[in-house]
Design a protein around this ligand. Structure first.
Ligand code: ZN
Length: 54
């Protein structure tokens, strides 16, 4: 069965980073989102992107 998942929905880098602690502030957690229209993980506290895909 073929799936038509959004490419951003299965990205190993984002999977690894999602839920990890932010490196830029205390207490922030990286959550999946978009940054400048690209799939990324972004801190839910300071909104610093932890990673993005170009
Ligand atoms: Zn942060």
């Amino acid at each position: 069965m073929q799936s038509m998942d959004d490419p951003a929905a299965e990205n190993p880098v984002l999977d690894l980073l999602e839920g990890t602690s932010c490196a830029f502030c205390d207490g922030g957690t990286l959550v999946r989102g978009t940054y400048h229209g690209n799939a990324a993980v972004i801190c839910d506290d300071c909104h610093t992107p932890g990673a993005q895909l170009w």
